[in-house]
Design a protein around this ligand. Structure first.
Ligand code: NZQ
Ligand code: ZN
Length: 389
C-alpha cells in the first residue's frame, strides 16, 4: 500500500424528507445569500425546487435561481454564473440536481473568487486554493460529485471536456441524499448512473499497486452490492430500500475511500469524456460501451486484475486468467444489457465514430501515454476504441 492522505469533509444527510434541512445547513456553513443551481426542469416538475426554496426562506437565507444547466455542462454557463454571483453578492451555492448541476456550481464557486479565467484551473495553469461553499441536494446517484473534489466542464471552443481534481477545495460542504428524490428518474438515467458508479469503483480497482486487500475488497463488495440491487430499482423505481442502497453506493464509489493507498487508472473515463464531448452522449452510457472494451483489451495484455474482478464480482469459475477475464467481459455486457444500456458505438447512436479524432483529442488533453493499470499509447487507445464498434 502507498502513502496517502484522505480528507473528505462532506457532511452527508441521508434519508426521507432531508431536503427540509437545506436552509439550516446553509446557515451552518455561513451562507446568507445563495445561488440555487438546477437543470432542465425535473426539480421544478417534482416540486423539489419549491421545497428547497421554502427551507431556505424559513432559515432566512436569500437566494437567486440559476436553472437550465444541461447534461455535459459547458463553460458558457459557468461564466454567466460567475457574473451573477459577483453582481448579486452571493456567498454560497446550492446545487439541486446531478453531476452536471453540481459541477457547474463548483466551477462557479471557484471562478467567483479568482480574478483570472476560471478555465485556468481546468487547463492546469493554476492550482485551486479557495472557493465559495457548495451544498448539494442530490437527485441522481451517478457521477458521485456530491462527495468528490472534482468538477467536469466542457470548453465549447474545441470541445475539451476536462475533469478538475482537487483534494477538498471544491468538495461540497454538505450533501443531502434522499432516495425518494430518485423515484422520478427515467429507467435509462437510472441505468446510466449504475454504470457510472461501477466505473468509478473500477477506475480505482484497476491499479498496479500490490498488497491493497482492504481497498480491493471494498471495491469488490461495492460492485457486488450494485450488481445485486440494480435490477430491483429497474423493476420497481419506487423501491425505497433498493434506491437507498444504490444512492449510497454512488457516493462511496467516488468519494475517494476506494482509492486510498493505490495508484488509480482512469483511462476509461478519459476515453468516455472524449466520446461525450464530441457526440454529447450520456456519460454513464458511454462508460457501458468503454468498460467491456477496456477489459477485453486487458484480457490479452494484463489479465490478472480483470480475472480477479470476474471471479469475485461475477462469480466466474475459471483458473486461466485470460479466459476468466474474457468470461467476465461477457458477464458485464450481459449485466449492462439487462439494464437497457448500449454496448457498442452504434447502440450509443454513433454510426461512424471518428476514432482518430477521439484518440488525438485524448492525447492532447491527457498526454502521450495514459493509464495507471497499464500504460496505453495512441495505438492501444485506437485498438480499444475499435473494440467498441
Ligand atoms: O436536467 P434535468 O431536467 O434535471 O434532468 C436530468 C438530466 O437530464 C435528469 N435527472 C436528474 N435527476 C432526476 C432527473 N430526471 C428525473 N428525476 C430526477 N430525480 O438526469 C439527466 C442527467 O443529469 P446529469 O446531472 O447530467 O447526470 P449525472 O449525475 O450523471 O452527471 C453527469 C455529468 O457529471 C460528470 C459527467 O462527465 C457528466 O458531465 N462527471 C462528474 C464527476 C465528478 N464531478 O466527480 C465524475 C464523473 O465521472 C463524471 O465525469
Ligand atoms: Zn464517471
Amino acid at each position: 500500500m502507498n502513502n496517502f492522505t484522505y480528507y473528505a469533509p462532506t457532511r452527508y444527510i441521508f434519508g426521507r424528507d432531508t431536503e427540509k434541512e437545506t436552509g439550516r445547513l446553509a446557515v451552518e456553513n455561513g451562507m446568507k445569500k445563495v445561488l440555487v443551481t438546477y437543470g432542465g426542469g425535473s426539480v421544478v416538475r417534482s416540486g423539489l425546487l419549491d421545497r428547497v426554496k421554502e427551507s431556505l426562506e424559513d432559515a432566512g437565507v436569500k437566494y437567486v435561481e440559476f436553472g437550465g444547466i444541461k447534461p455535459n455542462p459547458t463553460d458558457d454557463r459557468v461564466y454567466e454564473g460567475i457574473e451573477m454571483v459577483r453582481h448579486e453578492q452571493i456567498d454560497g451555492l446550492i446545487a439541486v440536481g446531478g453531476g452536471s448541476v453540481i459541477d457547474t456550481a463548483k466551477a462557479i464557486a471557484l471562478g467567483a473568487l479568482y480574478d483570472g479565467d476560471f478555465w485556468d484551473f481546468y487547463a492546469g495553469k493554476r492550482v485551486p486554493e479557495q472557493a465559495l461553499p457548495v451544498g448539494v441536494v442530490l437527485t441522481i446517484p451517478a457521477a458521485g460529485s456530491e462527495g468528490s473534489g472534482n468538477s467536469v466542464i466542457t470548453k465549447l471552443d474545441g470541445l475539451h471536456k476536462i475533469s478538475l481534481r482537487t483534494d477538498y477545495v471544491i468538495r461540497p460542504k454538505f450533501a443531502i441524499l434522499n432516495p425518494v428524490l430518485t423515484f422520478t428518474l427515467p429507467p435509462y438515467q437510472t441505468a446510466c448512473g449504475v454504470a457510472d458508479m461501477m466505473a468509478h469503483i473500477m477506475e480505482r480497482y484497476f491499479s498496479p499497486t500490490e498488497d491493497v486487500a482492504v481497498t480491493d475488497h471494498l471495491c469488490q463488495g461495492l460492485l457486488r452490492a450494485i450488481v445485486e440491487v440494480a435490477p430491483r430499482v429497474m423493476a420497481d423505481p419506487e423501491d425505497y430500500q433498493a434506491r437507498a442502497n444504490i444512492m449510497w453506493a454512488g457516493t462511496l464509489a467516488h468519494n475517494g475511500i476506494c482509492g486510498c493507498g493505490r495508484v488509480e487508472d482512469w483511462v476509461s473515463h478519459f476515453m468516455e469524456h472524449e466520446i461525450s464531448a464530441v457526440y454529447g452522449v450520456t456519460h454513464g452510457a458511454g462508460l457501458a460501451v468503454v468498460y467491456p472494451a477496456f477489459l477485453l483489451f486487458m484480457a490479452e495484455h494484463k489479465p490478472a486484475k480483470p480475472a480477479q474482478l470476474a471471479r469475485t464480482v461475477f462469480n466466474i469459475d475459471e483458473k486461466d486468467d485470460s479466459a476468466a477475464a474474457r468470461k467476465g467481459v461477457e458477464a458485464m455486457k450481459h449485466f449492462f444489457g439487462s439494464l437497457g444500456l448500449p454496448l457498442t458505438f452504434k447502440e450509443l447512436g454513433i454510426e461512424n465514430p471518428d476514432i482518430d479524432l477521439l484518440v488525438s483529442k485524448l492525447i492532447e488533453n491527457k498526454g502521450e501515454v495514459v493509464g495507471g493499470y497499464y500504460r496505453l499509447d495512441a495505438a492501444d487507445l485506437h485498438s480499444i476504441y475499435e473494440l467498441m464498434k
